[in-house]
Design a protein. Structure first.
Length: 318
């Protein structure tokens, strides 16, 4: 699969909104007039880790990102070799030398458990990742809500579009409250370290945008934002993107669905970069776009290229 810089910078014209997300009087993200800006594009290290169980070195992703022309790199926590100061400082220095930002640490945790001890373990993991992001100079971490785990197979989870039944004796309302309370426990660390948590529409409670917004509204903190993944919507993605477009500090563009590349997927309809750019620009979005590609051949060097989205791209179908 190819994402060319010519296909995800013609669309950068679309991403020159009249308002930017800036701290308001209470520290929340508020709209303020701003001059036109250049849209920044990043790539996820996960885009290079598809064809082997061995971790694809993050150092190679950073080198490729600079060669291709990306502005930054999103690091998948599970892809890191370790968390030692020497390794973290090596990644920071390499990115700085190449003029790249390390802008997001993508983590995995699960707050959906009736067991307080399990939730505490995931809270501690999240706080540890916030501190790790701060050491890496990363201003944001990707957060999941978690899920029940009642659908054991990932393939089967994709077949039911990410929705699974609660554990016997519990409801989704229980799960939402666990998630809201758990994120609340992480807020002091996020504020102390200056790292924003960005909740992603990523299976489980956040499969639908209503679930993402329910948690975001309940937590009600400037240290919780939304990471909108345009490839994680079942069915027509555009109405769902419009619901989250006014709030996210970060967007992830999957130029093709996983199904198109032969892997299980919740989504069957790829969202075009131009249409996504048009929607988010209208909503006043000013942060960065990230390419999380799903390559169709085992050639990391050829699988990802960089392109800024434009409203000049074909519009979505009505």
């Amino acid at each position: 699969m190819n994402i060319s810089r010519r296909s995800l910078v013609s669309a950068s014209a679309a991403l020159v909104p009249a308002a930017s997300l800036v701290p308001g009087p209470t520290g929340s993200l508020a709209a303020a007039p701003t001059a036109p800006h250049r849209t920044k594009l990043g790539v996820s290290t996960y885009s290079y880790w598809h064809f082997s169980k061995e971790k694809y070195p993050i150092e190679k992703v950073i080198d490729n990102a600079a060669r291709i022309g990306f502005d930054g790199v999103e690091i998948l926590h599970r892809q890191m070799a370790d968390e030692t100061p020497a390794y973290c400082n090596k990644l920071k220095r390499q990115a700085f030398a190449l003029g790249l930002d390390l802008y997001m640490l993508s983590i995995h945790q699960n707050f959906v458990s009736p067991d307080p001890a399990v939730r505490k373990q995931n809270i501690d993991h999240t706080i540890g990742c916030i501190q790790l992001a701060a050491r890496l100079g990363i201003p944001c971490i990707r957060l999941n809500s978690g899920r029940w785990g009642t659908v054991k197979s990932f393939d089967d989870l994709m077949k039911v579009k990410g929705n699974e039944p609660p554990l016997p004796g519990y409801t989704n309302d229980n799960a939402f409250q666990w998630c809201i309370d758990s994120i609340g426990e992480c807020l002091p660390a996020a504020e102390k370290e200056g790292v924003v948590m960005a909740l992603e529409n990523h299976w489980g409670l956040t499969t639908q945008p209503e679930g993402v917004l329910r948690i975001h509204k309940a937590v009600h903190s400037p240290w919780l934002g939304i990471n909108m993944d345009t490839g994680n919507y079942p069915g027509d993605p555009y109405p769902e993107i419009e619901k989250l477009a006014p709030t996210p500090p970060s967007c992830r563009q999957k130029p093709t669905t996983a199904a198109a590349s032969g892997t299980p997927s919740i989504s069957t309809t790829p969202a075009s970069p131009g249409s996504c750019a048009s929607i988010t620009s209208t909503a006043g979005y000013r942060s960065r776009w990230k390419a999380r590609a799903r390559p169709t051949r085992p050639s990391p060097r050829a699988s990802v290229s960089c392109k800024r989205p434009s409203t000049g791209s074909p519009a979505r179908k009505p």
